[in-house]
Design a protein around this ligand. Structure first.
Ligand code: BGP
Length: 478
């Protein structure tokens, strides 16, 4: 007997900037992601304010959901998806972010997508902003650093809420909002890179600017949630956190304290604001020690209280350790690394694989907030081999997913209220951190390669057939 809810939201996750392509079609404007070049595990991708002839910008075509949505949704339906996580590309609706009237062709595209999902009884889960800030807002306001961007975001929400009120119930205000606590977040999520040109790994660490930008995102998120609450009571509004669990490397109290601090700064801070409705007191010391002053307007604190989320979602890929010893062995990870855990293996990109860490993490989050949780990203980025007969034997991916689902079920037995599971990049998409195609997560393979070639054909991997059974049995047959 399945331990999961009967209405468990099984599905898969994507984001427009990595999946949709058609970057300048039907009136769409450029987003920050459209200005990023490709890269690799060893060579960072770059952001360029102007188009460089002969350079590849992988988001621009991506894996072309725009022209394949019917085929892709049919594949999702064949696996039995109950839920389809996607994002709306802000610049398809407001090409510069600043228009007063939305772009009808952009709105019409998502009508078609939602209708197609509805045809199969699949519930959309929509991320309102997933690394798709209009580039024009970077040029004019230094991205989210400009308080003006709050109003542009709210206008965008008003339009999509009104238009899709009968088609979409589950919304996430920002993807991995805590990305803004990291230097890399200046590119991906805050767009505080006015005039910057260069590798995403060398963006200056401007904490004052980033934390001010984050404050604006908190206010924008709260305003959107308040609006939903007042006008669309049927909506379920959630936050989305990149959760990179840390363990103390040893029981040395210095390691333990360092770990606690990292957990707060990266994993807890943003959701403490979005779930509880106020800044946690531990941030005061951090702000003081880093000379950060958050400019708030009257009413901001009130808004944060009024605009708290109804459910908590997160991405989970890896864990790392924290050590007070500066010579400890470093390891990479999703946005943040840490030091190596001798008990864990890592993926080809150095992300440490830790299924039991997911059980631990779900319990920690649920203990803290006591609201429904959903794992909206998880998966293994790996090199896949497409066989001549069109098959892909990805037993390593099946193992990864199976072990994580097992631990998710353990967490449910522990008492966690879990709504659903949408593994990342259920169909191959461009990698967010490196801009590669070679780093694949999909259960469906897409013929698209790092040099930009490929006919975009879709092929079912072994994991496709496996996941179909998992869904059919509500997680019993793993
Ligand atoms: C998360 C993002 C996704 C996705 C995923 C995998 O941070 O929300 O957009 O890309 O990570 O990361 P990557 O593509 O870098 O392997």
């Amino acid at each position: 007997m399945s331990v999961l809810r009967k209405d468990f939201l099984w599905g898969g996750a994507t984001a427009a900037n990595q999946y949709e392509g058609a970057w300048d079609v039907d009136g769409k404007g450029p987003s920050v992601s459209d200005m990023c070049t490709n890269g690799s595990h060893t060579t960072p991708k770059r952001v360029t304010p102007t188009f460089e002839e002969g350079t590849l910008y992988p988001s621009r075509e991506a894996t072309d959901f725009y022209h394949h949505y019917k085929e892709d949704i049919a594949l999702a339906a064949e696996m039995g998806f109950k839920c389809f996580r996607m994002s709306i590309n802000w610049t398809r609706i407001f090409p510069t972010g600043m228009e007063t009237e939305p772009n009808e062709a952009g709105l019409a595209f998502y009508d078609k997508v939602f209708d197609e999902l509805n045809k199969y009884g699949i519930e959309p889960l929509v991320t309102i902003s997933h690394y798709e800030l209009p580039y024009a807002l970077v040029e004019k306001y230094n991205g989210w650093y400009g308080r003006e961007v709050i109003d542009f975001y709210v206008r965008y929400c008003e339009v999509i809420f009104d238009r899709y009120q009968d088609k979409v119930k589950y919304w996430l205000t920002f993807n991995e909002i805590n990305c803004g606590t990291m230097t890399m977040g200046a590119v991906l999520s805050l767009g505080t890179i006015k005039d910057y040109c260069g590798p995403v790994t060398e963006v200056p660490d401007e904490k004052q600017i980033r934390y001010q930008g984050l404050h604006h995102q908190f206010v924008a998120s709260a305003k959107a949630i308040k609006l939903a609450h007042e006008k669309y009571p049927q909506f379920q509004m959630g936050c989305m956190i990149c959760f990179a669990t840390k363990y103390p490397y040893t029981c040395n109290p210095d390691d333990v304290l360092k770990c606690q601090n990292e957990m707060r700064q990266f994993n807890w801070f943003c959701s403490d604001v979005q779930v509880r409705g106020y800044y946690p007191s531990y941030m005061n010391r951090f702000f003081e020690e880093n000379n950060i002053t958050i400019a708030k307007e009257p009413g901001d604190d009130e808004l944060l209280k009024q605009g708290t989320v109804y459910f908590y979602t997160f991405s989970y890929y890896m864990t790392a350790c924290e050590s007070a010893d500066p010579n400890a062995d470093a390891v990479g990870g999703n946005l943040v690394g840490g030091c190596k855990n001798p008990y864990l293996q890592a993926s080809d990109w150095g992300w440490q694989i830790d299924p039991k860490g997911l059980r631990y993490t779900l319990n920690e989050i649920y203990d803290r907030y006591q609201i429904p949780l959903m794992v909206v990203e998880n998966g293994l980025g790996a090199y896949d081999k497409l066989e001549e007969d069109g098959s892909v034997h990805d037993s390593y991916r099946i193992d990864y997913l199976r072990q994580h689902i097992e631990q998710m079920e353990e967490a449910v037995k522990d008492g966690v209220d879990l709504m659903g599971y949408t593994p990342w990049g259920w169909i191959d998409v461009v990698s967010a951190s490196t801009g590669e195609m070679a780093k694949r997560y999909g259960l469906v393979y897409v013929n698209k390669y790092d040099d930009g070639t490929g006919d975009l054909g879709r092929r079912k991997k072994d994991s496709f057939y496996w996941y179909k059974k998992v869904i059919e049995s509500n997680g019993d047959e793993l």
